[in-house]
Design a protein around this ligand. Structure first.
Ligand code: ADP
Ligand code: MG
Length: 709
């Protein structure tokens, strides 16, 4: 059945000029919206629909709510307001009544909406002097469409294309396919039946030329499923492939070193830590390499888990590495890990005692050359047990004696190249086990998509004895803010003041941190002992400042985001974040995690105006919740998937309709189906049609990777 239908690849081989009515000029305009082929045209989906059968009439418009209606322009007039803005006032009507439209600063509306024009308008209805009207509604020009449902396409002013033109081109493209062989459907019928999915011909017709809104939603379900399935097929296949083709080290987690480490901690592991360590342990024991993601909220105790994994390698005679995204974070991890490890020893037959201290070293871009030479020599000889540093650890001529476990603290994404580099680390061609840590929890279904080739462990339990942080938001850093800081200090506690984030320039950020320090020490915090930390403070000075703060010789640490990770001073109980709206949700949550680390109640004051409704929403979410997973959901809602997907999915057509937010359950369905189809390691050979679509619609980088491995 799938055999003789038209495939997406065939459609992608036909230029848009194949369509009746599309000449060179139109093709050039379409190119501006990235529509080059007939397939692109069919995947240029409507953004809304107007259901004429559902009383979408002017008289039925709900005042105070958003509404959509098909209207005809009866008059249009432009004028200037007193403060010199243009104002275009339009009257429109349908069979049931008339409506006013007001446009500010859109002078071109006068030409666009000439008398007699038919348009779909969408906006919030309010009443002005007793008459219904909309201000700055969305407007789509439509042709004389007679169907019950009118598809409204995203139109492009730049390309000079209107929704009615897209509508007729899509209809023409559809006619060419469905009038002939119909669409090939690469998804086996039993899968479509199980999940009640319509066939592909029905899906494309239903999304472009629906007979009812029910057809639209059925079409959408199917197309969303297809998008998500392609991604999951790629990910599941890649995961299975890695497991099948690479040789790892079978570690043993039971041993003296791990036992001694846990025994010396001074606190019992949380249930979640025990469970996660178990999960990692069974991965490590397997002969193929681990690829696991460790998710856990700030303060949930990820470091203990990560160190346990590295020690499991060390006690078997291998080495561990921990990679951080920046040198500053690497330094902090180095301090933290060294402190956690205390004076553990490892067997060493060449010494009198038969043991030597466990060695942890730091290697970053700032490591002086002689030190670097010493470390790399000892690393190759096997006398460095754990190496902490930046990505450079695994990239540049750094050779390990036997690298067993790599922990990646993934503030930024760990890419394909880094993974490939890992494969070349061990001379016996074994591949180290990899544990990726994220301090920023992401929702489960998003994780399934972004990290779909990893297994996931979650630390969903906080160590006991924490008191929740109370967060507030104020627009001005007024006297009460500094009074709050002073009274904490008076009570013997300490404070952080986080300076504005200036992403564009580290220099500017440093300068602003210095200014903040100067202002505070000359003004509201004049009588307190202040310290300063930023990205340009040298390592020695930074350690000095941190140890003075830890020792209680400083009351307030004025800092940039360098304190985001790894800083652990339980006596710090208040944090003031200046210009908080500049930070993202995850980053604020992470920063806030620097307080609330002891038994004393802590607080966080977010300062500054929120310039946009979205930034206001972000700040309000932080005030409302201290749960990282909940905040991650809010973040996904506010930002959409684009940012989460980031570099990872560059595919041309994937995730056009699907939303990791709205379509959560479909992510899981797609995963399930993909595991069913390729989870047994048989690859895509048995599903050549699907394989071809994955190759066609997902980015090159993805397929490249598969070829390399
Ligand atoms: P994360 O890296 O997940 O933000 P950390 O590993 O920095 O969290 O741990 C936060 C703090 O909690 C550290 O001071 C750590 O020593 C402590 N900690 C970790 N596990 C436990 C536990 N099981 N019980 C008590 N304290 C713990
Ligand atoms: Mg293993």
């Amino acid at each position: 059945m799938a055999g003789n239908g038209v495939t997406l690849r065939e459609l992608d081989d036909r230029p848009v000029t194949d369509l009746n009515g599309v000449g060179e000029e139109r093709a050039a305009a379409l190119a501006k919206v990235d529509v080059h082929t007939v397939l692109d045209m069919l995947c240029y989906y409507p953004r809304r629909y107007l259901d004429r059968s559902r009383e979408a009439t002017i008289s039925a418009l709900p005042v105070g709510d958003e509404g959509m209606v098909l209207v005809r322009v009866t008059s249009v007039a432009a004028r200037r307001t007193r403060n010199r803005r243009t104002l275009v006032e339009v009257r429109v009507e349908d069979e049931t009544g008339s409506l006013g439209l007001t446009f500010f600063n859109q002078p071109w509306r006068e030409r666009q909406l000439s008398v007699g024009t038919e348009a779909v308008v969408f906006g919030k209805v309010d009443q002005y002097q007793g008459r219904n009207q909309m201000t700055n509604p969305l407007v789509d020009l439509v042709g004389d469409q007679t169907g019950r449902i009118v598809a409204v396409y995203p139109q492009s002013e730049a390309a000079g294309l209107h929704t009615r033109q897209f509508d007729s081109m899509a209809a023409e493209a559809l006619r060419r396919v469905t009038g002939g062989r119909g669409f090939a459907d690469p998804v086996p019928a039993w899968i479509r039946d199980t999940y009640r999915l319509v066939g592909r011909s029905a899906a494309f017709s239903g999304i472009h030329r629906p007979g009812s809104m029910k057809e639209v939603s059925e079409a959408r379900r199917r197309l969303v499923f297809d998008e998500l399935l392609r991604i999951q097929l790629e990910l599941v296949q890649r995961k299975v492939e890695l497991e099948r083709t690479t040789r790892g080290i079978a570690h043993s987690v039971e041993g003296d070193l791990v036992g001694a480490f846990h025994g010396a901690l001074g606190f019992p592991l949380t249930g979640a830590q025990i469970r996660t360590i178990d999960e990692i342990g069974s991965d490590l024991a397997e002969p193929h390499p681990m690829h696991r993601l460790l998710q856990g909220d700030v303060g949930s105790g990820k470091t203990v888990v990560a160190v346990t994994a590295m020690l499991a390698a060390v006690q078997g005679g291998h080495q561990g590495a921990l990679m951080a995204p920046t040198g500053v974070l690497a330094e902090q991890h180095h301090l933290g890990v060294a402190e956690l490890l205390g004076d553990l020893t490892v067997p060493d037959l060449s010494t009198l005692l038969g043991t030597r201290p466990l060695r942890v070293d730091l290697l970053t871009g700032r490591t002086p050359a002689p030190e670097r030479r010493r470390i790399t020599a000892e690393l190759a000889a096997g006398s460095v047990d754990i190496l902490i540093g930046t990505h450079a650890l695994i990239q540049e001529g750094v050779e390990f004696n036997s690298l067993g476990v790599v922990v990646i603290d993934e503030q930024h994404r760990f890419g394909v190249e880094q993974r490939a580099a890992l494969r070349e680390k061990n001379t016996d061609a074994t591949v180290p086990d990899v544990l990726v840590m994220t301090a920023t929890p992401i929702p489960r279904t998003a994780a399934m998509t972004v990290y779909g080739d990893l297994d996931v462990s979650v630390l969903d339990e906080m160590p006991p004895g924490r008191t929740p942080i109370v967060t507030s938001w104020v627009e001005d850093a007024g006297e009460d803010v500094w009074q709050a800081v002073r009274s904490e200090v008076a009570a013997g506690r300490q404070a952080y003041v986080v300076c504005p984030l200036i992403e564009e320039s580290e220099n500017l950020e440093v300068r602003s941190a210095e200014e903040t320090l100067a202002e505070l020490s000359a003004g509201p915090l004049a009588d307190l002992r202040l310290g300063l930390l930023h990205g340009r403070v040298g390592q020695a000075d930074r350690e000095e400042a941190m140890s003075r703060f830890r020792a209680g010789d400083l009351d307030v640490m004025v800092a940039t985001t360098v304190i985001e990770v790894g800083v652990d001073v339980p006596n710090a109980t208040i944090m003031v974040v200046l210009d908080a709206a500049r930070f993202g949700i995850a980053q604020l949550h992470q920063l806030r995690g620097r307080v609330g680390r002891g038994v004393v109640a802590s607080s966080c004051i977010l300062v500054g105006e929120a310039p946009t409704p979205v930034s206001e929403e972000r700040l309000r979410a932080l005030v409302r919740s201290t749960d990282g997973f909940e905040l991650a959901e809010v973040d996904l809602d506010l930002r959409g998937e684009g940012t989460i997907m980031g570099e990872r999915q560059k595919g041309r057509n994937d995730l056009r309709l699907a939303s990791l937010r709205r379509d959560r359950e479909w992510v899981e369905v797609a995963r399930e189906v993909a595991v069913g189809l390729v989870g047994d390691g048989g690859g895509m050979a048995r599903h050549p049609d699907l394989a071809d679509e994955v190759a066609l619609l997902l980015g090159e980088a993805e397929s490249d990777f598969l070829l390399k491995s």
